[in-house]
Design a protein around this ligand. Structure first.
Ligand code: DAH
Length: 346
């Protein structure tokens, strides 16, 4: 088929379209005869493959003009002729849409991102530490001497690294070793938060797991005081849970801080008003963080003169924040990835 034969065929199709409109304006028929899979125009357009690029351009334009003319006619007249039976262009916008399975961030990630955003506003930056850690960074440099009973607070998975002279490796039991690593790496002032997985040899139940997530925070500079710690934690907690949230510091013991504190937050569910509150059990307070002023020995271990520098540190479990933010009362929900449950959270 050459160019003029093709054009002749096109004009014949156009004539047949015009007479079909006059004689038998049946929509399905017109669509099928000209634009359907085996429609005349469809077949003719398919032949364009045989032509040179220049001819193809010219003929294609002519062919599409007729195609548009037919489509326009069908669209403009669909109501007049009662619409299409098979090829309706109508869309029923009242039909419920198909549900899309969109993915989204895990509640733990959502929580962590919120915590990070909150501390970034206060000038903290994020630092990550290794999960397989040296005994020295996890314990000794943090003022837990070997055989010190404070080590019993954290049941540890010990391990060793092949080809390493130092055999004393473990899965880090907390994020506090990042304090040491950062103090050795950077110069004050430093404001750092460090989130990540930690491991303890514990049986799994509604509130315990052998692997969970913590976030560590610390600020080292000249003249850092307990009031800086209080202000920082108050700003963070109010940012996360709202202005009504209150904080309570009580004395506590961690070898790497002096003084050390346990930080409680007023119950975000009942505000301390419900004796039967499922979350705080009527106490009105929730234990949320450990904190304190970095112990002089820890500063010394990192080569800082404790008479010149001081710092505060705090640590908390991320799962606990997630459970409060999302109203989850069993930790296992966060690890089992049961979609039926995760869907209820969102
Ligand atoms: N590392 C402690 C733990 O896992 C938590 C902690 C307590 C971190 C007090 C701190 C702190 O930085 O000052 O039990």
């Amino acid at each position: 088929m050459n160019v003029s034969e093709w054009l002749e065929e096109l004009s014949k199709i156009e004539e047949r379209f015009v007479s079909a409109v006059k004689e038998n304006p049946d929509f399905d028929n017109i669509f099928e005869s000209f634009l359907g899979k085996k429609g005349e125009l469809t077949l003719l357009l398919r032949k364009l493959g045989e032509f040179s690029p220049d001819d193809k351009k010219l003929l294609g334009r002519k062919g599409n003009e007729l195609k548009e003319k037919i489509v326009k006619f069908l669209e403009e007249n669909k109501n007049k002729f009662g619409g299409f039976k098979k090829y309706s262009f109508d869309i029923d916008v009242t039909l419920p849409p198909k549900k899309l399975n969109l993915s989204c961030a895990h509640p733990l990630t959502v929580t962590l991102n919120r915590i990070i955003e909150s501390f970034e506003k206060l000038g903290f930056s994020v630092e990550w530490g290794p999960l397989v850690e040296k005994d020295y960074y996890n314990f000794e440099a943090l003022n837990f001497p070997p055989d010190h009973p404070a080590r019993d607070m954290q049941d540890t998975f010990y391990t060793e690294l092949k080809d390493e002279k130092d055999k004393n490796y473990l899965l880090r039991t907390h994020t506090s070793p990042v304090q040491i690593r950062s103090m050795l790496k950077y110069k004050p002032p430093m404001r750092i938060i460090s989130p990540g997985k930690v491991f303890r040899s514990e049986a799994v139940d509604a509130t315990h797991s052998f692997v969970f997530n913590q976030i560590e925070g610390f600020y080292v500079d000249k003249n850092v005081s307990m009031s800086d710690l209080k202000w920082t934690l108050e700003s963070f907690i109010k940012d996360l849970f709202g202005q009504k949230a209150d904080l309570k510091f009580s004395p506590s013991y961690f070898p790497f801080v002096e003084p050390g504190a346990q930080v409680e937050v007023s119950c975000v569910f009942c505000g301390g008003k419900d004796q039967n509150c499922r979350v705080c059990k009527g106490r009105g307070w929730l234990e949320m963080l450990g904190a304190g002023m970095i112990h002089p020995k820890v500063l010394e271990n990192c080569g800082y003169d404790p008479n010149v520098f001081s710092g505060f540190a705090f640590g908390a479990g991320i799962e606990r924040f997630t459970m409060l933010l999302f109203g989850i009362d069993d930790l296992r929900v966060l690890y089992e990835n049961d979609l039926r449950i995760l869907r209820q959270i969102y």
